[in-house]
Write a protein that binds this ligand. Structure first.
Ligand code: SAM
Length: 258
C-alpha cells in the first residue's frame, strides 16, 4: 500500500479508500456530510444524490475493514434510518443506534420539537469484534443510592451487589456538549477551525470501546482532525483524509502538537 500509517491526506474519500488495502482497518469512525447545506461540502442537489453518494463510499469502505472490524457513522437521525437499512442489506451486523444529546440546539421550532440530537450508527463486520466495556463505564446517576450501596450493598436475587467504583455500563444515549456550544463566549458562537467538529471526549469513547492499542483507526472525513488526535492520544494508529486542504493542515498541526 502506498499510503502511510499515522498520516492525514488531502483526498476525495473514494480515491483515498481505493488506495487502502482490503482488510486493513480495525475501526472506521466516519463523520460525513449530513446534506444540511452548512457548507459547499455539505450541499447536494437532492436527497437522492446525497444517498447515492453516501452508499457509493460505503461500498468502497466496507472491504477495507478487517473481519473483526467495527464501523461508526454519524448523521442526522433521518439520514441514519436509510444508512442503517443499507448497511443491513450489505450484511453488516447492527449493534447500536447511539443518540448523541448535543446539549445545544440545532434550531428551535414552533411547528415541531426542536432538534438537539444526532445519531451514531455502530455496526460490526462479524460477531467477533472488540468491545472494551470496562474502559467506557460512566458515573451512576443515583449518586446517593450508590453511596449507600458502597457500604451495605444492594440485595439482588438473594445476593449482595456492590456498585463498580468506575461506574455503570455505558448506555446508548450519550450526553456530550457540542464544541460549538462549549466554546461560546457570552453566549456567542465563535469561529472554530472547522464548522462541525465532534467533541474529542465523544470520539475517544468510540476509540476506547472499539479498538485496542496499536490497532488501526480509519477516517476519510477527518475535518479538523478529531479522530486522528483521539487515536494518537490513545496509542492507536490512524489513517485519515479529508477533501479540504485547509482542514487537513489544521488537523496535522493538532496531531503534531500532541
Ligand atoms: C462533518 S465534517 C467532519 C468533522 C470532523 N469529524 C471533526 O471532528 O472535525 C465532514 C467532512 O467531510 C469532508 N468531505 C466532504 N466531502 C468529502 C469527500 N467527497 N471526500 C472527502 N472528504 C469530504 C468535509 O471537508 C468535512 O471536513
Amino acid at each position: 500500500m502506498i499510503l502511510k500509517l499515522n498520516s492525514i491526506y488531502t483526498m476525495d474519500c473514494i480515491d483515498f479508500l481505493n488506495k487502502i488495502d482490503d482488510g486493513f482497518a480495525d475501526l472506521a469512525v466516519l463523520d460525513p456530510p449530513y446534506n444540511m447545506r452548512k457548507s459547499d461540502w455539505d450541499t447536494f442537489k437532492s436527497d437522492k444524490d446525497f444517498f447515492d453518494w453516501t452508499f457509493s463510499w460505503i461500498d468502497v469502505l466496507l472491504p477495507k475493514l478487517k473481519d473483526t472490524g467495527s464501523l461508526y457513522i454519524f448523521n442526522t437521525p433521518y439520514n441514519c434510518a436509510f444508512i442503517l437499512q443499507y448497511l443491513v442489506s450489505k450484511k453488516m451486523k447492527f449493534q447500536n443506534w447511539i443518540t448523541w444529546d448535543k446539549r445545544d440546539g440545532l434550531g428551535a421550532s414552533k411547528r415541531k420539537y426542536s432538534n438537539g440530537q444526532e445519531a451514531i450508527l455502530f455496526f460490526t463486520k462479524s460477531n467477533r469484534y472488540t468491545f472494551n466495556y470496562e474502559e467506557i463505564r460512566v458515573p451512576y446517576e443515583s449518586v446517593e443510592r450508590m453511596q449507600a450501596a458502597e457500604k451495605t450493598g444492594i440485595l439482588k436475587n438473594g445476593k449482595r451487589w456492590y456498585p463498580n467504583p468506575n461506574g455503570r455500563f455505558c448506555g446508548e444515549v450519550w450526553h456530550f456538549t457540542s464544541e460549538r456550544h462549549k466554546t461560546k463566549v457570552n453566549g456567542k458562537v465563535q469561529k472554530l477551525d472547522h464548522i462541525t467538529p465532534k467533541p474529542l471526549d465523544l470520539v475517544e469513547r468510540i476509540i476506547k470501546a472499539s479498538s485496542n492499542e496499536k490497532d488501526i483507526v480509519l477516517d476519510c472525513f477527518v475535518g479538523g482532525g478529531t479522530t486522528a488526535v483521539s487515536a494518537k492520544k490513545l496509542l492507536r494508529n490512524f489513517i485519515c483524509s479529508d477533501s479540504k486542504a485547509e482542514f487537513v493542515e489544521a488537523a496535522k498541526r493538532k496531531v503534531k502538537a500532541l
